[in-house]
Design a protein. Structure first.
Lengths: 365, 365
């Protein structure tokens, strides 16, 4: 059923029913001119992210369910990167006339799965139309007793990350190569009403795998491929753990290690020295990238959308995360296993950029 | 200069410099993973609105400056409609590769003019790209001691509006007819660096007027046309005045009287009876619509984007606004000058809708 055949009230009622807010501090949720909240925390955090079809996502590679989940995750990741607790979500969605009603349902299934996972309430939003490309945006409000900025790193601090880098970028490469061999029509309509996101990934991607001879030729197994696809399609934001009390600065890795570490250094007015050998790379990413003919270290340093946390802490603190380098006074270097240093510079997603341009995207205000 | 030739840091620095926040309760503004605010009010309000090129705006009719101003106004209107005070703004902007840097500058000029007018601080956002259509979205956070919902209207209450209806819809019709006679290229690049929004409207529209013989044939004068164009291109949100202490329910008129009054009735579970003769229509709108061959009453009842406030209050209160009808137990009627009643139903913007569909847009969550 197309959206043009669904009544506004019916759509609204369904969404309201499915997103009944149980939180005491949400006084007015969906359905009025604004939401009304009574936050208990002292410091309120607010962040927003927009995702545009054809730029940030490709509907032949990601399902509506995964898209909804991911939109929430990327915003939660920003709140976590400030040391905060995510709480209230507002959505903006522009769909085209031919969008299937089931797309909206699956998208909201993904949203619901994510907000349950992160303990967030959907409190408002706006559904409208676009001529062609689907556009989705979310604003997330959270709170924090103590918040951690990008700007607090000091020379002598150590640099840490919370997990493996490059899995997401490798997953995207896998998806692109798989999808070339599977016409969209063959799989597009087959998304079943699976609520569990594990099974959603399985459902779509294993279907793709069966249909693709290329992967089996490359000797890639499902055990290797699945976690990489999952990290790209349905990333889970990393909640900072005990280390938060020692963190002097923090940022989430959305655009790649080099670019995000550069941002942290810019804000803190410091330099950084990282050790190539210390950068955590999963064995499955090594396997897959090697079979795909890609450079694992490049994916780890410049691939985006890992949504791991990058933070700094004084060297004398015991930190439960991966130590990858040190904050120095100035300069940005990556040291290889032979001790040779090379300058690194931001190199991530470049959308507007013609070659040589310094304009990168997205620019976070 | 195209966006592709502008450095990220340079763009970011310009925006940060121009939007330095002076408010004591904004602890971290633009430039980190999230903004950090310390709101003083007890009830926090949050609303969001997205505008898509080709659907919500047409760049041959509206300038980037006006678009920025309008985006803020429509969100402020929602906060005012809850009886709140607008405070913190987050923006999402997706531009295409060929967007001129001057577009971004003028757009932010309009944003700045509006946030100054309303006393709002820009605290964050996200600038990214789209393949073709420009998409802009804003989230506005405000506060309120006492907030007014859509759902509080009681039978016996009177229905009021804060000003003339239909001016905006009539202004849009004028713009459409003028622009047909002026190729976009002729005017698109001529927006000067005028900061004052009055002069912005003058600048563009008077240029159009000079170039158009049709309007003069229709005997329309600038004094008639200008306020109508202004109401459409740069609506100012109506701040509720003294009446707010008596208001039992309130909504802003974004989609037209019939549709928004229906929403208020739905939420309050009541009916309404409005008097055609009481609906305020400006003499200039009567003049213009008559010369354009349009039905003034239809524009007033079904035209969107007036951004006047519609509210209800007990009949025994002295209210400084236009009394247009009464809340009744059930039914929705409009009474003509001869006392004949006709049922009214929502009829406003219908984007997804094929004929007969009940789906309207935007759907506010």
């Amino acid at each position: 059923m197309k959206l043009s055949e669904v009544g506004e009230l019916s759509l609204l009622k369904t969404i309201r029913r499915r997103f009944t807010v149980k939180s005491k501090d949400v006084i007015v949720g969906i359905g009025d001119d604004t939401a009304v909240i009574k936050p208990s925390g002292k410091n309120l955090l607010a962040t927003t992210d927009m995702m545009v079809e054809g730029i940030h996502f490709d509907l032949s590679l990601i399902t509506p369910y995964q898209l909804g989940f991911k939109l929430v995750s990327v915003n939660v990741s920003d709140i976590y990167a400030m040391g905060g607790r995510p709480q209230y979500l507002l959505l903006d969605i522009a769909l085209n006339k031919n969008t299937e009603h089931s797309f909206v349902n699956r998208f909201f299934d993904g949203i619901r799965c994510a907000i349950k996972l992160y303990g967030v309430s959907l409190i408002g939003g706006d559904i409208s139309s676009s001529r062609k490309d689907i556009v989705i945006a979310a604003t997330l409000i959270g709170d924090a007793k103590k918040y951690i900025r990008r700007s607090g790193a000091k020379p002598g601090d150590r640099i840490y990350v919370t997990g493996n880098l490059g899995d997401s970028a490798c997953g995207l490469e896998l998806l692109k190569r798989i999808s070339k061999h599977v016409p969209i029509e063959k799989t597009g309509g087959k998304m079943q009403d699976k609520k569990n996101h594990e099974s959603c990934i399985m459902n779509r991607a294993s279907e793709l795998l069966t249909l693709t001879s290329k992967l089996s030729k490359m000797e890639l197994t499902w055990n290797v491929v699945h976690p990489l696809l999952k990290r790209h399609l349905m990333p889970e934001a990393r909640k900072p753990k005990n280390f938060i009390r020692y963190a002097t600065s923090m940022i989430d890795l959305s655009d790649g290690l080099f670019i995000d570490l550069s941002r942290l250094c810019d804000e803190s007015r410091v330099g950084a020295k990282i050790f190539m050998e210390h950068i955590p790379v999963s064995s499955r990413m090594r396997t897959a990238s090697s079979l795909l003919g890609l450079d694992a270290m490049k994916l780890a340093c410049s691939g985006g959308e890992d949504y791991e946390l990058l933070f700094t802490a004084p060297a004398d603190r015991k930190i439960n995360a991966v130590y990858i380098g040190d904050i120095v006074k100035s300069g940005r270097k990556i040291i290889d296993k032979n001790g040779r240093g090379k300058k690194f510079s931001p190199s991530g997603y470049q959308h507007f950029a013609s070659s040589g341009s310094a304009y990168r995207e997205p620019v976070k205000l």
